[in-house]
Design a protein around this ligand. Structure first.
Ligand code: ATP
Ligand code: MG
Length: 285
């Protein structure tokens, strides 16, 4: 039987969330000591633990069929791989920063400047598009110290809170792009592996929808049920159960996570009581 090989980051910012995502999809992995490989016990998938820089190449070559990594690495490596899903974690931006005492005007500030980065391709493409010529100093890490040691006039790096830049006397002056973790795939999967991937995507969808929605239970006077139902359409329509007090009913439905604070106010105004909001683990429409 075929197994789908998935590459995840061995250790770093993406590792824990990548494994958590697989676990939420019901995939059990036992790999206490973090070997190079692990096989899932209850799903035809094998996990390869790699450096994130290497994942695009391995997926292009078919050493791994799919992989989880930051979109920034996918753009930078520019391999023949397909982005099949945004995963909603490890969000960050890729920004240009300069010493904090410098006066910044606009992008033309960078004309003729030396910029240190670990992402030369993304940066070259960006400045070419803006018709600005810059000199790029490619370094593999600790980009934020490049200006203070005299290697460059500016830096281009990943930023999430901006505190690393501040600590190094830099200020962020322009965002080039935003990135988050994505699922990538080899463009030529065998039909067997495509079928396993489709199963995995179905589970991911159920997990994602579960997270985006809440189960809501409430008691309401029967006279308000109609109005409340129009506020809470649910997956098909709300469930209504009688209470012992026959003027009241219990109503169950599903509500979008983003909407519920606003709707709760309206429900209270309509006379709803005993409102419970409960997390949903998986949701299949
Ligand atoms: P590896 O050893 O696997 O090459 P790494 O040092 O390149 O690891 P990490 O620092 O673990 O990578 O970051 C992995 C990814 O996490 C980044 O490529 C980026 O997509 C995302 N990320 C989110 N926030 C940040 C941040 N503040 N700094 C760096 N990366 C971030
Ligand atoms: Mg890396």
């Amino acid at each position: 039987m075929s197994t789908l090989k998935i590459a995840v980051q061995k250790s770093g910012r993406l590792s824990e969330k990548s494994l958590q995502l697989l676990e939420e999809c019901g995939i059990k992995i036992s790999n206490g000591e973090r070997k190079l490989k692990a096989v899932a016990q209850n799903f035809p998938i094998e996990i390869l633990f790699l450096r994130d820089d290497d994942i695009p190449q391995y997926v292009e070559q078919g050493v791994a069929d799919i992989g989880i990594l930051g979109e920034n690495e996918v753009w930078e490596k520019d391999k023949e791989v397909k982005i099949i899903q945004q995963l909603g974690f490890a969000g960050c931006r890729m920004s240009l920063a300069i010493p904090k005492d410098e006066i910044y005007t606009d992008l033309n500030y960078f004309e003729g400047k030396r910029i240190a980065t670990s992402y030369p391709k993304i940066l070259i493409d960006f400045f070419a598009k803006n018709n600005i010529s810059v000199f790029i100093e490619e370094i593999s890490g600790s980009v934020e110290i490049a200006t203070s040691i005299g290697l460059a006039d500016a830096v281009f790096d990943i930023v999430s809170t901006g505190s690393t830049l501040l600590m190094n006397g830099l200020k962020e002056v322009a965002t080039v792009t935003k990135s988050e973790a994505v699922l990538i795939s080899n463009p030529n999967l065998t039909p067997e592996n495509q079928a396993i991937l489709d199963k995995l995507l179905f589970r991911m969808q159920a997990v994602r929808e579960g997270k985006q929605n809440k189960y809501i239970l409430l008691n309401a006077p029967n006279s308000a049920i109609e109005k409340i139902c129009s506020l809470l359409p649910g997956m098909k329509s709300p469930t209504i159960l009688p209470l012992v007090n026959k003027d009241w009913s219990s109503l169950h439905s599903v509500i979008k996570e983003d909407d519920y604070w606003e709707i709760i106010e309206q429900l209270k105004n309509l006379g709803a009581e005993g409102i419970l909001i409960i997390p949903i683990e998986k949701m299949i429409r």
